[in-house]
Design a protein around this ligand. Structure first.
Ligand SMILES: *Cc1c(COP(=O)(O)O)cnc(C)c1O
Length: 429
């Protein structure tokens, strides 16, 4: 008998009305098999499904719930904003407050424009960089994800320095050819590309800590060299901080690695669980946006008062509670515990972690790029995922997604998680 009859019935119904039963593909559990559960409610580190199972949640709505779910300060801010109206389509004070706060936290951001998702932020940043430089070509890295705009759903062509190819049906080859793709962490490939066509590149867009193919870190010196090359060639460096922004610290990954990009994109944590994105950076570039400049960008719901309220409440709470220290500590504890458990069971694992982001690859090869990540035993990951779920721990349903901790994850949660991992690995060996 199924242990999730309500979820199963809902999913069967969803399949009749929604493509694949989901509104974003990873939610369908295709990478691990089985079916998604439906959520009834969530609070703190816990999520409760419609069949009444409580799970320790390491997905956290894919990152935004850094304070845990339904944090009282955030809920109160949203309720109080909602009582004054849900959208105005003309300036409201919270937009200015949140922009000013972000500027305070991230040096190098002179101006900020809010939109509704990380996808929108990255798409607009690319258009802005093209408008500013008068160039068409952009560079991205294999395994980095920047949302689902056409120019960014591009994969490497055959061989280095060739033109990108569409990574989705429906993306014209004529659009994809303006996007070049290189492996991450390869300085030689980067230098060769810049030597050949650096002055034709409008922008390089990069996750300073790539976290959409699992999680791997930049090699020492790599980001510094990228910053030098982009500066020398008049190429706009766009740091995609949609995932890392306000998670790896007040100034995100750029603060952590001491890199100052020309533009940054945000999403996830900046909206505190409501739909928000933002792009920001040097005034000289940002002022190319309409209405001051020739680059068009707009949004009916942009700067939405509920979303701004949730973002403000989240950032203020992070600051007031010294959250980043707690998150670092919890991350370190999970890391050492997971390594210890894996060792006990003789299971090769690369437990990757920075701050409160993590990923476990089941491989004995160190992971520095997408090719390394692909060596992970994905069939084993799928079994590990289902074992953990059965023991009350919800990890991201794909090898290639990062896990997240919140300030609501307690010592007890971490103990239970390590115990679940211990039992799961015992069952699987
Ligand atoms: C999630 C994500 C995006 C896309 O954001 P959406 O809000 O899902 O459109 C872009 N870049 C990175 C690095 C992300 O993690």
């Amino acid at each position: 008998m199924s242990i999730r009859p309500r979820s199963e019935a809902l999913f069967a119904e969803a399949l009749r009305h929604i493509p694949g039963g989901v509104n974003s593909p990873v939610r369908a559990f295709r990478a691990v098999g089985g079916q998604p559960f439906f959520v009834h409610s969530a609070r703190g580190s816990r999520i409760t499904d419609v069949d009444g199972h409580e799970l320790i949640d390491y997905v956290l709505t894919w990152g935004p719930a850094i304070l845990g779910h339904a944090h009282p300060r955030v809920i109160e801010a949203v309720q109080s904003a909602a009582a004054r109206g849900t959208s105005f389509g003309i300036p409201n004070p919270a937009e200015v407050e949140l922009a000013a706060l972000v500027k305070q936290w991230v040096p190098g951001i002179d101006k900020l424009r809010f939109c509704n998702s990380g996808t929108e932020a990255c798409m607009s940043a690319i258009r802005l960089a093209r408008g500013f430089t008068g160039r068409d070509r952009i560079l991205k890295f294999d395994g980095c994800y920047h949302g689902h705009a056409d120019a960014l759903l591009v994969k490497a062509g055959s061989g280095a320095l060739t033109l990108g190819q569409p990574d989705s049906a429906g993306v014209p080859a004529d659009v994809a050819k303006h996007t070049l793709v290189l492996p991450f962490n390869d300085v030689d490939a980067l230098e060769a590309l810049f030597a050949q066509q650096g002055t034709e590149l409008a922008a390089v867009i990069v996750e300073l800590v790539p976290a959409n193919a699992g999680l791997y870190l930049p090699r020492p010196g790599y980001l510094e060299r990228l910053r030098e090359l982009t500066r020398q060639h008049g190429t706009v460096l766009i740091a995609d901080e949609v995932m890392t922004g306000f998670r790896l610290g007040r100034a995100g990954a750029q603060g952590r690695f001491g890199i100052q990009p020309d533009l940054s994109t945000f999403g996830k944590v900046i909206g505190g669980g409501l739909p928000v994105g933002a792009l920001g950076g040097r005034a000289e570039i940002m002022d190319y946006l309409a209405p001051l400049g020739p680059v068009y960008q707009a949004g009916t719901l942009s700067g939405n008062p509920l979303a701004m309220a949730a973002g403000l409440a989240t950032l203020r709470e992070l600051e007031a509670t010294d959250a980043f220290t707690r998150l670092e500590w919890a991350g370190a504890r999970l890391e050492s515990g997971m390594n210890e458990v894996a060792r006990r069971h003789g299971r090769p694992v690369q437990f990757q972690r920075i701050g409160s982001m993590f990923c476990a690859y089941f491989t004995d090869r160190p992971v520095w790029n997408l090719a390394d990540a692909m060596t992970s035993d994905r069939a084993f990951f799928a079994r590990f995922f289902h074992g953990m779920l059965a023991h009350g721990v919800y990890l991201a349903p794909s090898q290639f997604e990062a896990g997240f901790l919140s300030t609501a994850h307690s010592d007890d949660d971490l103990d239970r998680t390590l115990e679940a991992a211990d039992r799961t690995l015992a069952q699987l060996s």
